[in-house]
Write a protein that binds this ligand. Structure first.
Ligand code: ADP
Ligand code: MG
Length: 247
């Protein structure tokens, strides 16, 4: 990544704490997020865990402003998201959609929205996600892992201070998983706040500073990763860690 991608010492003062205040979200008469309150205040990686259908993706979408809660507020350092705050955050989705153009032009397309980005910046980013040699290839021909790495590179063009990822490494090849994990670790050290969903407990053990555990639209526990894996304060979380099916 370019030298311009430097530490963000002001992150703490600008975005954190992130506070969910009594959030509920309904669809078709179902309460998909149920009175959830939570304050995220660490600079480490926050991982969201929980069984399928727990509401993890919805929570991330609400945080990114893609959906609006029916009740409650989401606050960034005591204020509701505004344009300045939204500009600081980026999201990587589970199924990356590639434009029908080359790998490099997929990045350039996003970079056009960020006029300060020059060609060398884009090539440095491609190098960082291991796609420098494939820059001229049609993006849609990339493997799943390569697409996800390009998707991450696209999110990084904006140099987000808050990076949200929805199962970024689900069913990817080990090389891509490792590359994405090491990139996330590097970004976190540069003070990018990272919140991501995974169903891979080992990945959570490797990367998480704290863990949000959800079940049926509710927050079951929010603990440091160390406490969560040693002494989860929810029986559902305990069962989940033991690999049991939970209903
Ligand atoms: N637009 C929608 N309309 C109705 N139900 C939805 C909608 N989006 C998600 N759901 C339901 O909400 C629940 C939580 O979804 P989601 O956040 O995607 O779960 P996950 O924890 O697996 O990411 C699921 O049961 C899902 O079927
Ligand atoms: Mg999901």
């Amino acid at each position: 990544m370019s030298d311009s991608h430097t530490q963000k010492p002001d992150l703490v003062t600008q975005l954190l704490p992130i506070e969910f205040r009594s959030i509920s979200f309904n669809k078709s008469g179902n309460r998909l997020i149920n009175n959830l309150s939570l304050t995220i205040n660490s600079l480490g990686i926050t991982i969201i865990l929980g069984p399928n259908g727990a509401g993890k993706s919805i929570l991330l979408r609400l945080l990114h402003g893609l959906d609006k809660p029916d009740f409650g507020d989401i606050l960034f350092k005591d204020i509701a998201a505004n344009y300045a705050i939204k500009r600081k955050q980026a999201m990587v989705f589970q199924n990356a959609v590639m434009l029908r153009r080359s790998v490099k032009d997929n990045l350039a397309f996003v970079a056009n929205l960020h006029a300060s980005k020059q060609e060398p910046d884009l090539l440095a980013l491609l190098d960082e996600v291991g796609l420098y040699d494939k820059q001229h290839m049609p993006a849609r021909r990339l493997s799943g892992g390569e697409k996800q790495r390009l998707s991450l590179a696209r999110a990084l063009v904006a140099e987000p201070e808050l990076l949200l990822l929805d199962e970024p490494t689900a069913s990817l090849d080990p090389y891509s998983v490792q590359m994405i994990e090491s990139l996330l670790t590097k970004l976190q050290r540069r003070n990018t706040k990272i919140i991501f969903i995974t169903h891979d407990l080992n990945q959570a053990r490797r990367l998480a500073e704290d863990v949000i555990f959800m079940h049926k639209g509710r927050l079951e526990s929010f603990q440091s990763a160390e406490d969560f894996f040693k002494n989860p304060n929810s029986k559902f979380a305990e069962a989940f860690i033991e690999g049991k099916l939970i209903f």
